[in-house]
Write a protein that binds this ligand. Structure first.
Ligand code: SF4
Length: 134
């Protein structure tokens, strides 16, 4: 997989990608960790902006209610959608590949734990020699 450009890294930092990049094929382009990090970044920015605006303008209960909706809609919900998408791809791997039935497969980051390589729907990185049942 080729390295992402700076623009792609910024896009990935905020979890703005809705379709897999060409370079990813069926490798994970977001993992649980990157999804959590992006959600925290978004919420931090929303929180800082909300706090800045609330001190600049006198804020009411409606203001904070609106902020809560924005935090959910822009901060949490996109991360939830990405997490669901990631889980669907991992489920496909678990159902359709040898690695998916192996005890060394880590579904959290779609990684073979003994080879430290991302697992895809293609040939297992160990060619089946290190496979062990769960
Ligand atoms: S040990 Fe082999 S079969 Fe098991 S997850 Fe790693 S590459 Fe896949």
């Amino acid at each position: 997989m080729s390295q992402p450009t700076t623009t792609e890294q910024i896009i990935d930092l905020f979890l703005l990608r809705v379709t897999p990049p060409d370079r990813a094929a069926d490798l994970p382009y977001y993992t649980t960790g990157s999804i959590m990090a992006a959600a925290v970044m978004r919420l931090t920015i929303i929180g800082a902006a909300a706090w800045g605006f609330s001190s600049a303008y006198s804020s009411s209960g409606w203001w904070w209610t609106t902020v809560m909706f924005v935090a959910w809609g822009v901060g949490v919900y996109p991360a939830y959608l990405q997490y669901r998408r990631f889980n669907e791809s991992v489920e496909q791997l678990q159902d359709g590949t040898l690695c998916g039935t192996c005890r060394h497969f880590n579904p959290t980051n779609q990684l073979c734990t003994i080879l430290d390589e991302h697992v895809t729907s293609a040939e297992p990185p160990c060619e089946g020699e290190a496979w062990e049942p769960r």
